[in-house]
Design a protein around this ligand. Structure first.
Ligand code: PLP
Length: 230
């Protein structure tokens, strides 16, 4: 099932690229494996997938340790400073940095391990109270501060769009994040790149791709519904 789903989702990404005149090579499909067992991740690996997303620090660490080392882990959940140690040195990209305080904790852990960290700044584009992420208008100033940290490298922006009935409703959100990326990129801030735009989940990844996503994070569409009750 995992293999078939991966093929189906990749096909939809390719079609969305076609519609919007993009090269499918520009879009990375991250398989969001949170709550799912190692065996299901192995099915995805057998189907050729190497990029996985997790939202809990300890769960990511455990899966990282249990699986081959040629995989790329994306940390996509809210990160508490006391959990940074599980993620730094394991995640290839941390998608969810929304404060200088957290970036500084990552810097400190990088020093300790003598590594560097690639991060995205999470933006709360829709302004939902329930969501983490910085306000769009505060994003550039946060990035300028993070840019001064020698081991933490901003690679772009991430957002979690609202849950909506019709995915089309999220198009303005994705459009706005893309514009913010382009605007900040034009400032040529030292020590940062603005090449990664992480947006789109099972419900709305096709729209996100049409609006310029370079990374889509798909869980349910690949691994099926999550069961939080067990
Ligand atoms: C769980 C999660 C996803 C994947 O959600 P699906 O709707 O299952 O595709 C994507 N991004 C983040 C940040 C998540 O926490």
């Amino acid at each position: 099932m995992v293999r078939e789903n991966l093929i189906k989702v990749q096909q939809k990404i390719d079609e969305a690229c076609e519609r919007s005149g993009r090269d499918p090579k520009e879009v990375t499909l991250i398989a969001v494996s949170k709550t799912k067992p190692i065996e299901m991740i192995e099915e995805a690996i057998d189907a050729g997938k190497t990029q996985f997303g997790e939202n809990k620090a300890q769960e990511m660490k455990e899966k990282y340790e249990a699986l081959p080392k040629n995989l790329e882990w994306h940390f996509i959940g809210h990160l508490q400073t006391n959990k940074v140690k599980y993620v730094v040195g394991r995640a290839g990209l941390i998608h969810s940095v929304d404060s200088l305080h957290l970036a500084e904790a990552i810097e400190k852990e990088c020093e300790k391990k003598d590594v560097h960290a690639n991060i995205l700044v999470e933006v709360n584009v829709a302004g939902e109270d329930s969501k983490f992420g910085i306000k769009p208008e505060e994003t550039e100033s946060l990035i300028r501060q993070i840019a001064k940290l020698p081991r933490v490298h901003v690679r772009g922006l991430m957002t979690i769009a609202p849950f909506v009935e019709k995915p089309e409703e999220n198009r303005p959100i994705f459009h706005k994040l893309h514009k913010l990326l382009v605007d900040i990129s034009a400032k040529n801030i030292d020590n940062i790149d603005m090449n990664v735009l992480s947006m789109g989940m099972t419900n709305d990844y096709e729209i996100a791709v049409e609006e310029g996503a370079t990374h889509v994070r798909v869980g349910t569409g690949i691994f099926g519904e999550r069961n939080y009750a067990v």
